[in-house]
Design a protein around this ligand. Structure first.
Ligand SMILES: *Cc1c(COP(=O)(O)O)cnc(C)c1O
Length: 390
């Protein structure tokens, strides 16, 4: 398979064509979907490449290899969700290990880490990773694993992966970066010094809002093998059909990211000039506090943004009732545009105090910008914004 996509091939080619025309049975161009849970032995004591579906599956391995190539890793494991991907890493830590995570990490990540900490399985420290002094202070407690999430959700804050990775690794920690918001098309954490990349492939990698799945990619070949072994031990494996759909979604990753980012930039610029909008959080805007870092670290600014309505909750209520072209829903990264209200949806569990500390106001709305015609998106937002005064 991989000789059809040689090492010098560009990432766009890997995404579009990894594993194409590799079917030895019938010469199928699109890689077939293997649902079988078990595989015939060639004879006594003669297993073939695959024996049992938890250990390995051709469809799962194909998408894992493609994602590993895109991230520049040695190997990847496909898991049933992004949360299962994180838990795969956490599950391999010795009991009582310290995990250092951002104070504003993804809500499900926070819930999982806190639950594991409450059971005494790990120790957890939450830190504002944009404050290097505080971060360095925490490293003195020798964390086993440092989780980085950039850009952050929902405020799109960007932290320096290379700088934090160097500090963390000098302190003896392993570094995992949640790359869900940008995908390897726009950011490659392993090339910046991270040991692992984590994905909710539910989002941009699949890109069509019809699969829940995740992935862990390891820079080191031995680590990749250990993770694959651990996925077999714990049974944290993605289903073949989900893997097949994800590979199909991956084909258009670069085209989707480029088109969605172009739309996002136009949306951000329009929102910024609007009187009903107090603030726009998009790293692609030159006045975003982390714009320079995003330019250095990322290949693009992505399709996620948030903005604050000056009129607070009453304005939000009118906006979401009148907005068109954007669907009111959680999740992100699909070809269709979504709008979410973090305070009552994605970040409701945090509670008002923690939200206030993290800077998530009641007037904040998050957008995942899709591939629709930009005029429809702008007109749809305008309909929502006009309703605020009405
Ligand atoms: C959605 C998401 C996750 C969790 O992934 P699931 O596939 O929903 O389990 C983790 N991290 C980030 C940044 C996400 O957006």
């Amino acid at each position: 398979m991989s000789e059809r996509t040689p090492a010098e091939f560009h990432p766009e080619t890997v995404a579009a064509a990894y594993g194409v025309a590799s079917d030895t049975a019938f010469g199928a161009v699109a890689p077939p979907l293997y649902l079988s849970s078990t595989y015939e032995f060639a004879g006594f004591d003669a297993p073939r490449a695959y024996d049992y579906g938890r250990v390995g599956n051709p469809t799962r391995d194909l998408v894992a290899e493609a994602i590993a190539r895109l991230e520049g890793g040695a190997g990847a494991v496909m898991t049933p969700s992004g949360m299962a991907a994180l838990d795969l890493l956490i599950g391999r830590l010795p009991a009582g290990s310290l995990v250092l995570a951002p104070h504003d990490c993804y809500g499900g990540t926070m819930r999982l880490l806190k639950a594991r900490a409450e059971l005494g399985q790990i120790r957890l420290a939450l830190v504002d990773q944009s404050d290097t002094e505080v971060f360095e202070g925490q490293l003195r407690d020798h964390p086993a694993l440092v989780l980085i999430e950039t850009p952050s959700n929902p405020l799109l804050r960007v932290v320096d992966i290379a700088a934090l990775s160097t500090l963390a690794k000098n302190a003896g920690a392993r570094v995992v970066v949640d790359n869900t918001f940008l995908s390897p098309a726009l950011q490659q954490p392993l090339s910046l010094g991270a040991d692992y990349v984590l994905h909710s492939t539910t989002k941009f990698l699949n890109g069509h809002s019809d699969v829940i799945a995740g992935a862990v990619i390891a820079a080191d070949p031995e680590e990749a093998k250990k993770l694959k072994h651990w996925a077999n031990v714990t049974g944290a494996i993605a289903a073949p059909f989900d893997c097949w759909l994800t590979l199909r979604g991956l084909r258009t990753l670069f085209a989707r990211m480029a088109g969605q980012e172009r739309n996002a930039m136009a949306v951000a610029e329009r929102l910024r000039g609007h009187p009903a909008v107090a603030r726009v959080h998009y790293p692609g805007l030159a006045d975003h506090p982390d714009h320079a870092l995003a330019c250095r670290q990322q290949r693009g600014f992505g399709a996620m943004m948030s903005f604050e309505l000056a009129g607070g909750v009453p304005a939000v209520r009118r906006f979401v009732a009148a907005v068109r072209a954007f669907t009111l829903a959680e999740s992100l990264g699909g070809v269709e545009s979504l709008v979410a209200h973090p305070a009552t949806m994605t970040h409701a569990d945090m509670g008002p105090q923690a939200r206030a500390n993290a800077g998530i106001g009641d007037g904040l709305l998050r957008l995942s910008v899709g591939l629709e015609h930009i005029d429809d998106l702008l007109a749809g937002l305008e309909a929502g914004l006009q309703a605020i005064d009405g």
